[in-house]
Design a protein around this ligand. Structure first.
Ligand SMILES: [Mg+2]
Length: 298
């Protein structure tokens, strides 16, 4: 075993993988309806829905975004196709994927209906380097789902792994060796990291902290005094040292929710409604997923 936290093709002292299914709802529709493959599609709530819940990469290329009106999507995107949502089908595919991933490692945290963290630190001897395990994860998702692609990020902590997964979409595989996490994040705005809200972003900006690299000028004790342990975690997250473990106890969540950032000063009622609808679909799919996971364990 050769351990080197500075290289992408070696074993690492800690290895976390984040897997994120690409345009998940649309990928399921395109898989179930081959005639939709390669087409610009957007999901609406039933066939009467007037707002876009989520769209395929082909449609995103034309500027179709979550929350816009169906009419606007049709105007932006030639050949745009409206597809009614099938939330139970999305939950079914999701639970098949999660079940298959949990056979790679039980140290897995289901983060949302289409995302999971895998702590593969302790299965490197069995399955290979994080790079090899990341390829196995992609193959597992493809086979378990029947055709859904995913983007995978790997690093030594959850925050950097999640950042890595965002860098190449769709169908990406991005490795940030743990020893390179701090320098890789240095130029990244703090608010781009998952879990750093705008409120804390403003607090940091008032202290001259815009990028993760700027954070080194702010003593960890100062943010700790203001925000407690979550503040200290944020400081560590920006340095590629997120201490948060993969939470495997999915069987008993205290709450199930979903968050989404709305465009600033949104006052349009129908836009607000579609954001609510999108979040409702996500929460409902998560509830169904959770239910089927309990059934799976039982
Ligand atoms: Mg996704």
């Amino acid at each position: 075993m050769h351990y080197d936290d500075n290289r992408p093709d070696t074993y690492w002292s800690r290895a976390i993988i984040l897997v994120d299914m690409n345009a998940f709802f649309c990928s399921v529709e395109q898989m179930d309806h081959p005639e939709l493959q390669g087409r610009s599609i957007g999901i609406t709530n039933g066939s009467q829905g007037t707002c876009i819940i989520t769209s395929s990469y082909e449609a995103r290329a034309y500027g179709v975004r979550t929350g816009i009106r169906l009419k606007e999507a049709q105007r932006l995107c030639p050949g745009f196709l409206q597809v009614p949502s099938h939330p139970e089908r999305y939950a079914q595919i999701s639970s098949r994927i999660m079940k298959a991933l949990s056979r790679i490692t039980p140290d897995m945290e289901i983060f949302s209906v289409d995302e999971a963290f895998l702590d593969v630190t302790h299965c490197q001897r069995l399955l290979g380097t994080p790079q090899q395990i990341a390829r196995l994860v992609k193959q597992t998702v493809l086979e378990a789902s029947g055709g859904v692609l995913c983007s995978v990020g790997a690093s030594g902590d959850k925050t950097t792994a999640k950042y890595a997964a965002k860098l190449q979409k769709p169908n990406g595989l991005t490795l940030i060796p743990p020893g390179r996490a701090r320098e890789t994040l240095a130029k990244v705005p703090v608010t781009e990291l998952c879990g750093i809200a705008r409120g804390i972003g403003r607090y940091l900006a008032e202290r001259g902290v815009y990028t993760c690299g700027d954070m080194r000028r702010l003593p960890i004790g100062e943010i700790g005094r203001r925000f407690g342990n979550p503040g200290r975690r944020i400081w560590l997250m920006t340095q590629g040292l997120d201490p948060d473990p993969a939470h495997t106890d999915v069987a008993a969540p205290k709450s199930i929710g979903h968050g989404k950032v709305m465009p600033p000063n949104t006052k349009n009622r129908s836009v607000i409604e579609v954001f609510l609808l999108h979040m409702t679909e996500k929460v409902a799919a998560r509830l169904r997923l959770h239910h089927s996971l309990i059934a799976m364990e039982g």
